[in-house]
Ligand binder design. Structure first.
Ligand code: PGA
Length: 250
């Protein structure tokens, strides 16, 4: 069966006090449906704090980034074994902010993807097109270019991973993709993986939608057959709103 999931990507927000408050609030909303995996992705420096709060809860957590080497002279970076020390289960890979602001290319993203899996964590691979590319009818071409290097990383690259479709024009803009538009793309992604990689893996692959998900639009998005949950940025910084989004998973 496909795992339903909602992930909160806190990006570079919060401080020790506000994050402790947010975690306490999340824990006080006990009615998280057990049918959904609920994942917190904090700024990495707060992973010990997140672990301390969430260790005996149903929440999972993970990192927003990783460097694809186990150790060495990589000033400022964090390795997969370091993330495992804090029991991270998931790692974001290929987020559009990393692609655009930090120049991460397809090869580097594929290296990270491979590395996360090698260390028995689950990569959440983000893919998505710009508005310009969408208007030119290039959406699937762009997504295929982002998926192809991942295909080369192993025999069954899409086993034990999560894909997040995040149209760049919808991230942090308040412009959500309509449920129908998102469903169409999710279906195409699943079909591509089924045809190019492995049919079974495509069937059980969790494909999240991301880009201005709120407690107001989550219900309609998550009702679509190929949308298995959400990757939530802004709205995940408010515990009540985030839990309301999680409750939209049926
Ligand atoms: P948003 O961010 O929900 O604030 O649009 C989503 C993301 O970047 O993962």
């Amino acid at each position: 069966m496909r795992k339903k999931m909602v992930c909160g990507n806190w990006k570079m927000n919060g401080d020790r006090a506000s994050i402790a408050y947010l975690l306490g609030q999340l824990l006080s909303f006990s009615a998280i449906p057990s049918s959904a995996e609920c994942v917190i992705l904090p700024p990495s420096i707060y992973l010990p704090l997140v672990q301390q709060f969430l260790i005996n809860s149903t929440f999972a957590w993970g990192a927003q980034n990783v460097y694809p080497e186990d150790s060495g002279a990589f000033t400022g970076e964090l390795s997969a074994p370091m993330l495992q020390d804090y029991l991270c289960r998931y790692v974001l890979v290929g987020h559009s902010e990393r692609r655009q602001l930090f120049g991460e290319d397809e090869k580097f993203i594929a290296d990270k993807f491979y590395h996360v899996k090698k260390h028995a964590m689950i990569p959440i691979l983000c893919i998505g097109e710009t508005m310009e590319e969408r208007e030119q009818g290039l959406t699937m071409e762009v997504l295929t270019k982002q998926l192809l290097p991942i295909k080369e990383t192993g025999d069954r690259p899409f086993a034990n991973c999560v894909v997040a479709y995040e149209p760049i024009w919808a991230i942090g803009t308040g412009k959500t993709a309509s449920p129908e538009l998102a469903q169409e793309v999710h279906h195409s992604i699943r079909r591509w993986i089924s045809a190019e990689c492995n049919q079974e893996d495509a069937q059980v692959l969790t494909i999240l939608y991301g880009g201005s998900v709120t407690n107001e639009n989550a219900n309609a998005l998550f009702a679509m057959p190929d949308i298995d949950g959400g990757l939530v940025g802004g709205a995940s910084l408010n515990a009540e709103r985030f839990v309301d989004i999680v409750k939209c998973i049926k």
